[in-house]
Each structure stands twice: as structure tokens, then as C-alpha cells.
Design a protein. Structure first.
Length: 160
């Protein structure tokens, strides 16, 4: 078979080409979270860049149709760009409909959760500090406060 890119050295090439289905060369697709008991449903994670010099990681998450990320908060911030599909997110005390190429800022210590629409996945790029604190899950008091808003009560998912 002809190599379509004969000048690329495997392994340490600066270029990793896009593959079909929101995959990339030499990027492993992983389950979203592999430790602890954080509740989520149908989410994959790919770390696109983990650059020591930049002190950040750039990840691609994909929430399958009907799925959701963990409801959490932490000291570190997120910079998110929706890359695929459609869904909604909670950031702080508000819900937002989001679609391709929207940008979402999640400030420090702000509750956030992403849900894909029922019929399409929600894929997004997420930039974070390489060194970062562990996510916190809501306790009963935080959940009660969030649920004070009926729309948020209806939106949030705290089970897998
Ligand atoms: Mn987070």
C-alpha cells in the first residue's frame, strides 16, 4: 500500500493527522475517568497535547448522545470549544445551549456539567493546566443549593 505521507517519520513527528470520527494519529481513546467513583455516562477522553513546556493539556472529550460529564468543580479553570454536535451545559448558576464552535469558560470553583442532546453526541476541546487540583463532587448542601433552581434541578445528573 502506498504511504500517502512518505516524508513523515512515525513516533516523534510534530504532525499527527486527523482520522475519521474525531480521532487522531497516535492519540489513545480512553474512558473519561478511570479512578474514583465520579458519576458520568458515555464519555471518552483523548489527550491531544500534554506539553511540559506549555504547562497545559489539551483534551478532546466526547459525550455520546444522551450522556453526561461529571457534575464537579475545582480550583483550575477550563477553556472549552464545542467541536461536534450539540448539547447543554451548566456553568455556575446558569444553563446554556451549546453547539459547534461555541466557546465556554469555566472559572475556578464553579459547578459545571455537560450533557449531549438526546440524538447527537457532544464533542469538545478542553484546555487545562497540566498541574491541577482534583475535581470536587457536590455534597448534599451543594446539591440542595443547585436544585433551588428548578431548571438546574431538572438538568443535573449525579448518577452514572
Ligand atoms: Mn471539570
Amino acid at each position: 500500500m502506498n504511504d500517502p505521507h512518505p516524508h513523515e517519520a512515525p513516533g516523534d513527528s510534530p504532525l499527527r493527522r486527523a482520522l475519521p470520527g474525531f480521532r487522531w494519529e497516535r492519540v489513545d481513546e480512553m474512558r473519561y475517568k478511570t479512578e474514583g467513583s465520579a458519576p458520568f455516562r458515555d464519555v471518552t477522553r483523548q489527550v491531544l497535547f500534554h506539553e511540559t513546556e506549555l504547562h497545559c493539556e489539551w483534551r478532546y472529550f466526547e459525550v455520546a448522545a444522551g450522556g453526561h460529564s461529571t457534575l464537579e468543580r475545582h480550583e483550575h479553570a477550563h477553556a472549552v470549544m464545542i467541536l461536534r454536535g450539540r448539547g447543554r451545559c451548566l456553568v455556575g448558576a446558569r444553563l446554556y445551549d451549546v453547539t459547534e464552535h461555541d466557546l465556554i469558560t469555566v472559572p475556578p470553583l464553579t459547578w459545571h456539567q455537560f450533557r449531549a442532546a438526546a440524538d447527537v453526541p457532544l464533542g469538545f476541546l478542553c484546555l487545562v493546566n497540566k498541574e491541577r487540583d482534583r475535581p470536587q463532587l457536590p455534597d448534599a448542601q451543594a446539591l440542595a443549593q443547585l436544585r433551588g433552581d428548578p431548571a438546574i434541578a431538572d438538568f443535573i445528573r449525579v448518577g452514572g
